[in-house]
Design a protein around this ligand. Structure first.
Ligand SMILES: [Zn+2]
Length: 174
């Protein structure tokens, strides 16, 4: 089991370190052949406070990392998930190791739509890799976010580690 101590000393704007923290969360997710192990962190930009963390399958059901963040925040603020936009601080950013999903084969609400539903409180989405096309082709989350006025930033440098962790439960084709 990986460490899950919340770093208290991450500098605001140190995107690389936040991404490394998100990656450490992803390693806690159970390896499965059918999904990616992803980690996500929600930060209040005014206070640099980590508001929520999440990883794939952290909560019951087929839950994604971003979804876990939002469900935990809804619980923290005692509102239904669809009213999270009303209670979040004015400027939050989301770090996620993998680009938010734009489609879910399970029929669950895609993470990009969960982000868009929160409205203009989420200013920027930082992703460590673009979504691989194994399960969902032509991911359009980046475009959808940008069209809604949400900045999408690729934080480069951890791609190999992120994909190794993401696909740890997948069959390797050798
Ligand atoms: Zn998702």
């Amino acid at each position: 089991m990986a460490e899950n101590t919340e770093p208290s000393n991450l500098e605001a704007g140190d995107h690389q370190s936040y991404m490394e923290f998100a990656l450490s969360l992803a390693t806690i997710s159970p390896p499965k052949p059918t999904n990616y192990r992803v980690g996500a962190v929600v930060v209040d930009t005014a206070t640099n406070e980590i508001l929520a963390t999440g990883y794939t399958l952290e909560l019951p059901g087929n839950t994604h990392a971003e979804q876990c963040c939002f469900e935990k925040l809804a619980k923290k603020y005692s509102v239904p998930s669809d009213r999270l936009g009303e209670v979040l601080p004015d400027s939050v950013i989301l770090y996620t190791t993998v680009e938010p999903c734009s489609q879910r084969l399970s029929g669950n609400l895609p993470c990009v739509d969960r982000i868009l539903a929160i409205g203009n409180k989420i200013k920027t989405v930082f992703a460590g890799v673009y979504e691989p096309e194994k399960f969902v082709s032509a991911n359009s989350s980046k475009r959808k976010l940008e069209a809604a006025g949400i900045e999408f930033v690729h934080v480069a440098g951890l791609e190999k580690e992120i994909l190794d962790v993401a696909t740890a439960g997948h069959e390797k084709s050798i």
